[in-house]
Design a protein. Structure first.
Length: 255
């Protein structure tokens, strides 16, 4: 019963946060960067507050503009977390554009939608991404290409890393779900945060709405300035950094 009441209360809080911010973002889409990001960041911070998600931040984000941020991906909450922390837009799979509410939010925050299937026109997609970077827009790419279980880093797909030379820096980020009600969740409860497999969205969202408070550790790794023109080597380098970062966060080591 307590969990159900918590879920209902959080739905009310989310409505009070999302609806006004969506409306304001729609009215102020003409704002130039970095002011464009104000309302998406405000919305995301409100969502984290409503869901009792606390952030443990390690390191510092790149101050170069533009920066291409590369993050591991296990949940749609990854986007909310990074949007609350960084003045960025996202590179997301085209299916997200059709999701109820999430699709509208993605459009309003300036998301670039790409086709991850074999039929995709990768060259054209890279041109769109490169144009955004050249205009000074920071971007977040989830280079694994799909969501994982939050306990490991999936092999990085380097095809879109060909746009890296258009950025002044590339910065790896690792995101780790590290506590549920103050206790390390382990593999048993990691599904509260991670959204994997063929599970539909509503039951997963309800688990998050009814769960206790979560702690998510976000680690900014050192920005990369060299070797951006070798996408395969860059992908391997970033994958190694992410793997070490995730392991450190999940083992609760701070050094």
């Amino acid at each position: 019963m307590l969990a159900t009441l918590r879920g209902i209360w959080r739905i009310i809080l989310l409505a009070l946060v999302i609806l006004p911010c969506m409306t304001l973002q729609f009215l102020f889409l003409w704002l130039p960067r970095p002011y464009f990001y104000f309302f998406p960041a405000l919305l995301s911070k409100g969502v984290l507050w409503a869901l009792d998600i606390k952030l443990d931040i390690r390191g510092a984000p790149s101050t170069e503009t533009p920066t291409l941020f590369l993050a591991n991906h296990s949940s749609y909450l990854d986007i909310t977390i990074l949007q609350a922390l960084l003045p960025v837009s996202f590179i997301s799979k085209v299916e997200v554009a059709k999701w109820p509410l999430f699709g509208q939010l993605a459009h309003l925050e300036g998301c670039i939608f790409i086709d991850r299937t074999d039929r995709a026109d990768t060259k054209n997609q890279m041109e769109v991404i490169s144009k955004r970077l050249k205009s000074g827009g920071n971007l977040v790419l989830f280079p694994e290409g799909t969501t994982g279980d939050g306990a490991r880093i999936l092999p990085i797909k380097s095809s879109l890393l060909g746009v890296a030379p258009m950025a002044k820096a590339v910065q790896p980020i690792t995101i780790a779900f590290t506590a549920l009600d103050g206790i390390p969740p382990g593999r048993t409860f990691r599904y509260y945060y991670a959204w994997i497999g063929d599970e539909s969205l509503p039951p997963h969202m309800w688990r998050i709405l009814t769960a206790g408070d979560m702690t998510v550790t976000v680690t900014y790794h050192d920005p990369i300035y060299d070797g951006l023109d070798n996408r395969k080597a860059l992908g391997k380098r970033v994958e190694d950094v992410m793997r070490r970062g995730l392991s450190k966060s999940l083992s609760q080591r701070t050094a």
